[in-house]
Ligand binder design. Sequence first.
Ligand code: SF4
Length: 430
Amino acid sequence: MGAVLATDVGRKDGGPDITVERGQRAVFCGLTSIVWLHRKIQDAFFLVVGSRTCAHLIQSAAGVMIFSEPRFATAVLDDRDLAGMADCSEEVERMIAKVLQRRPNLKTLFLVSSCPSEVIKIDLENIAKRYRERSQGSLRVISYSGSGIETTFTQGEDSCLQNLVPEMPVHTVEKNQLLVVGSLPDIVEDQFARLFGELGIEELNFFPGRQSETLPSIGPGTRILLAQPYLGETARALIARGATLLAAPFPLGAEGSLAWFRAAAESFNVPEDVFKSTMRAPFERAQRSLEGCKETLENRRIAFLPDSQLEIPLARFLSRECGMVPTEVSTPFYDALTMAQEAPLLPEGVEWFEGQDLDTALDRVRASRPDLTVCGMGIANPLEAEGLRTKWSIELMFSPIQGFDQAGDLAELFARPLRRQARLEVGSWS
Ligand code: SF4
């Protein structure tokens, strides 16, 4: 821990000049994404095979659900398992049987590996295969990795969806369809579906959807629009199945949302007058909703430490639409496939970093003292104690932030800590 291996400075796959850091990291692991995935996919269960730490992480991140049966659990590995004295496969199968006995109507069971189960090499893929065969198709059992080894927390969703792609049926007939990829709060999904409907794009699916029993079919003619920026591997898996990735920035802010819808409209040959008449009202509403925050955000300096992989599109939104000045934009991984439309939209003068070396990142923030630092929860408190204002990036994963109608709320998330600081400063004078 703590080895500083910075690094390599260079242009990344035709993108910006990025300094790559490979040192100590401070991010949550992929298990965290179960919190939003289990809410989204309502007929699925997530069984983590991990340690008490893993169980604790999910339990505290998801909150204790006292009024409903949670659809996630941890099969806790104990000392005998870790010492190789027990047959872990048998134990996991026993746990699965227990889950299914209590919830016979489940349609999909995700077996999620963790750092300890990967280190002792429990073969969840084979267990999943055996269970599927036994259920004769009535239950889909998928394994994927949620471990924190060399990953950040949003990669849990990428890994989950990537492993679902082979389950998607092939088109039986050639059909043009739009596939929106990335889990979205239901309210946002409904808004997007309505707008795509008004554009005349009828063949529309969301992946993941609210139910996992029927997955959308895929093949040539499927155009993918990514709703989340951290789904590079899922996008590659879909492309390998014949789909085409539409080039677009992400639907954050008025401008980002407009460009995102435009990419779909152009691909589906939506007439320009239909596009304009559909988009005008929501776009103008989104622009108006930003007005209230602009005064607070304009010309304030913001630094992004690597955490959620939302950093680049957020920096684009805050600089172009709210007048903020990004000083540093760090991201856990820079993926040229997903960032090609975003990176060129950032202003000159931004320092780019990929990966993390915690000590040097903190030194940079202490030296530049931005007005706001977007970072992980573990780093926020020490920075606050030094008089620096912070925003937890994980909060953005649990708030509806995509689309026109959420643009004002998204800006507000960044304005709030700055306003709070202003109030404290006034208070200290009186
Ligand atoms: S998967 Fe790894 S990083 Fe995540 S809680 Fe378990 S042990 Fe910790």
